[in-house]
Design a protein around this ligand. Structure first.
Ligand code: CMP
Length: 144
């Protein structure tokens, strides 16, 4: 199924000049970048993005981290892109991530783990609306 997923190259990835290497991992797997921008997340957008983690012990650290400097927000498109991107990213923690994955290569901790990707079709739609609200053709980008 042709899908779209939101990927965030988090502040640690941008600070460490990893944007090109990370995007290559997706493009080399046949996934297409259809939108891309550099932006600094406000606390408001970060809180919406991570609302399901509110109250957890790592929540404040996560919000502080994701808002500390610019991130790169991307919409990727491809067949089964949601599952494929999660496989390319690897497990949340670098110690659990399989060899060859982005997080195995580049992540330094569970918080500073370089990338975020949508985990379901529903979260992809929510994240497209949250991170790319300015797009005029947003309805065409949502997963049906
Ligand atoms: P992400 O895919 O952006 O979605 C939720 C984030 O919470 C996750 O990546 C991690 O960066 C972070 N996270 C999840 N579990 C923990 C944890 N136990 N400690 C710190 N950060 C965590």
């Amino acid at each position: 199924m042709m899908q779209r997923s939101v990927v965030l190259i988090k502040p640690d990835g941008v600070e460490r000049n990893l944007i090109g290497n990370i995007i290559s991992c997706y493009e080399d797997n046949g996934l297409k970048v259809i939108h891309l921008k550099l932006m600094q997340a406000t606390r408001e957008i970060a809180e919406k993005h991570y609302s399901q983690h509110k109250g957890k012990d790592f929540y404040e650290e996560l919000i502080t981290f994701i808002t500390r400097s610019p991130l790169c927000a991307i919409i990727l498109q491809g067949e089964d892109v949601i599952a494929r991107v999660r496989k390319i990213n690897g497990a949340t923690s670098p110690t659990d991530a399989e060899e060859g994955t982005i997080r195995h290569r580049y992540a330094r901790s569970k918080t500073e783990n370089c990338v975020h990707a949508s985990d379901t079709l529903e979260s992809a739609n929510d994240e497209i609306k949250l991170w790319f609200s300015e797009l005029k053709n947003i309805d065409e980008l949502l997963n049906k």
